[in-house]
Structure formats: C-alpha cells, structure tokens
Design a protein around this ligand. Structure first.
Ligand SMILES: [Cu+2]
Length: 112
C-alpha cells in the first residue's frame, strides 16, 4: 500500500516535470495575420502554443491535425501539440473576421 502511494507520487511528479519542460511558443492573431506565420516544430517534441488575439475573435484551425480552436479577446488559448509526423501543416483562421480573412493563414513545419 505504501509502495503504491510512493509510486503514484513519483508518476505525478514526472508528469508535472514533463509539463513544466514543454516549450512554449506565443502566437498572436490579428486582422489578417498570425505571428509567427511559420511555426517550426521538432518531431516528437511537445510544445504548448499560447494563442492570443490583438483585436477581435479569430479561429485557429489545422485540418490535417484535426485541431480547431477559437481565440477570444482577453484570453489565452493553450494548445499542446506533440508532433507525431513530419511535414508541413497549413493552419488558418476559421472565424470570419473581415475582408482579409481569406489570407489569414500560416503553417506548422514539423522537422524530423
Ligand atoms: Cu481572423
């Protein structure tokens, strides 16, 4: 019983350490761009994207990775990604935000 307790504690600490080590990349959205527009990731290396908007509500959709988030004013949308395939994955804003909305896009590049 006591051993089991210690083991659970060890697992919890390991999980906390893994979370703390995640690389954080800040991504801002505004009419009509994302900054940075190209996000480079390494295969198998977890990252947390911290998405914020500088003006109004936008979306952050990566169809290839089945990710669809919204970015609300005054909030930080945290998105943890563990890239499990190399390649280029386009993302775009999927919340209509004005006349330049169609160009509001970028890509995630996962390097092996
Ligand atoms: Cu937008």
């Amino acid at each position: 019983m006591r051993d089991a307790l210690w083991m659970m504690l060890a697992v919890t600490l390991a999980a906390a350490a893994a979370l703390a080590q995640d690389k954080v990349i800040a991504v801002t959205a505004e009419r009509f761009k994302f900054t940075p527009a190209v996000i480079e990731l390494k295969l198998g290396e977890p990252v947390v994207l911290e998405l914020t908007t500088l003006d109004r509500k936008h979306g952050f959709q990566i169809p290839d990775l089945k990710i669809d988030e919204s970015i609300e004013p005054g909030k930080v949308t945290r998105l943890r990604i563990v890239p499990d395939k190399a390649g280029t994955f386009p993302f775009h804003c999927d919340v209509f935000c004005g006349s330049g909305h169609e160009e509001m896009a970028g890509e995630i590049v996962v390097k092996p």
